[in-house]
Design a protein around this ligand. Structure first.
Ligand SMILES: [Zn+2]
Length: 425
């Protein structure tokens, strides 16, 4: 293997888009200040995938800190993917490394907190492994890192809930009995195979209800698609069927932006009482809706992130109130009962910010979901409880949260959702 020369192009994207949450795009970007910087190198060992004849088509790293996003394509050689990001402001960054196959479908993703120090280079080394039919990214020479570590539910170890760290491929663990099946199919917008996206169908051999989980409707709302992806790939259920579309707008997720390159907001393309068959409807929205209709879920949960704090009265430039730290409820069936339950769990057991700057940071219930959203259509057309979860990203200089914190909140909501609607014990 030869030594690689890494491209030094660094995209500092003052991501007003990242701040946009679910409302509008605030025009509050500020010029970069002179700050201390360091560098990050990424190295992913691909030798095991080579042995398994799995071809990596591309690889990328994305680093997020507050309202800043840095994206870097990694350079592929036969046995590794690598890249250098320089001029990174010091501090803790949430770095996500992703591998894609030749069709552009994601093979694996992992997130790490990376601490950048002044004038030094921090190295992120990962090993791609192939176990139980899937690719994972792990630190070298270590046990697989349970994505659900520190999860809600960890107080009851060994009860088989999601998030207990019973990783497939953990060498110390016997494989679970094959009572949960996991199928993947793809949907796409028209003939656009390059942005096709996965639909995971997780079935228990025990009969039960069907629930629907969505992430990645807005690509910049990172924790939503991270957690939906974890659920799709690693969580088991005790009964029924769980359908997950983790990266609903694949192009938006890849770009870490609210929308894909076409600029269309997927959560405004689900008109009520429409079969989405007119020529003006978005084919991707139609495909998603057809999956919902096919499976007839008893409830639907769409994972997003919000900007600002509703509690603080934060408003977008147009005057619209922030939806940060809310669950947006379509009030059908027992939707309000579930919302009150999950908000109580979040606020009493998972709020490390309570009282900060005179604010509670408590989640609150609002609704209904905005017209054109998937949750609004599911609630209105099917009469089912439908929810949009909006943990706050914060806003410039205030109420900042990490992707890890937002992901933890989202895992709580998913777990409570699955338990409430009968899919897990
Ligand atoms: Zn959103």
């Amino acid at each position: 293997m030869s030594v690689k020369r890494f491209p030094l192009a660094v995209g500092f994207l003052l991501a007003a888009v990242l701040l946009a949450g679910c409302g509008f795009f605030p025009a509050n970007s500020t010029p970069p200040a002179q700050v201390d910087t360091g560098s990050v190198t990424f190295v992913v060992d691909l030798t095991e995938l080579q042995r398994e004849l799995i071809t990596v088509g591309s690889a990328a790293a994305a680093m997020v800190k507050g309202d800043r996003v840095i994206e870097q394509d990694l350079v592929l050689s036969a046995s590794e993917a690598s890249g250098l990001v320089s001029d990174v402001p010091v501090g803790d960054w949430q770095a996500t490394v992703r591998l894609y196959d030749e069709l552009g479908d994601e093979l694996a993703a992992v997130q790490r907190t990376v601490t950048v120090e002044k004038d030094s280079t921090v190295e992120v080394v990962l090993v791609a492994k192939f176990q139980d039919g899937r690719v994972t990214l792990e630190p070298p020479g270590m046990e697989p890192d349970p994505p659900g570590d520190g999860d809600p539910g960890d107080g009851e170890p060994g009860d088989g809930e999601p998030g207990d760290g019973e990783e497939p491929g953990d060498p110390g663990t016997e494989p679970e009995p094959p009572e949960v099946s996991r199928d993947v199919r793809y949907i796409q917008s028209g003939n656009r195979t390059e942005t096709r996206t996965e639909v995971y169908i997780i079935r228990s051999s025990n009969p039960g209800p069907t629930a629907f989980l969505v992430g990645g409707v807005h690509g910049s709302e990172t924790s939503g698609w991270i957690v939906a992806g974890e659920v799709a790939k690693t969580w088991d259920i005790d009964r029924g069927t769980l359908v997950v579309i983790p990266e609903a707008n694949k192009d938006a997720v890849r770009r870490d932006r609210r929308t894909g390159r076409d600029g269309r907001d997927l959560n405004r393309h689900f008109p009520i009482a429409s079969s989405l068959n007119s020529s003006s409807d978005w084919l991707l929205a139609r495909e998603i809706w057809n999956v919902v209709l096919e499976f007839q879920p008893v409830a639907l949960l769409d994972l997003h992130e919000g900007w600002g704090l509703r509690e603080a009265g934060d408003r977008f430039p147009g005057g619209t109130l922030s939806v940060g730290q809310t669950i947006i409820v379509y009030d059908a069936g027992d939707a309000m009962d579930f919302a009150e339950h999950v908000v109580n769990v979040l606020n009493t057991e998972h709020n490390p910010f309570y009282g900060t700057a005179g604010l509670t940071y408590n989640f609150r219930i609002i609704g209904p979901p905005i017209k054109g959203s998937l949750a609004r259509k599911a609630g209105a057309d099917m009469g089912i409880p439908a929810f949009i979860f909006e943990p706050t990203q914060g806003r410039s200089g205030r109420h900042q949260t990490t992707v890890a914190q937002r992901a933890q909140w989202s895992r709580v909501v998913v777990e409570e959702f699955l338990r409430w609607y009968g899919l897990i014990d």
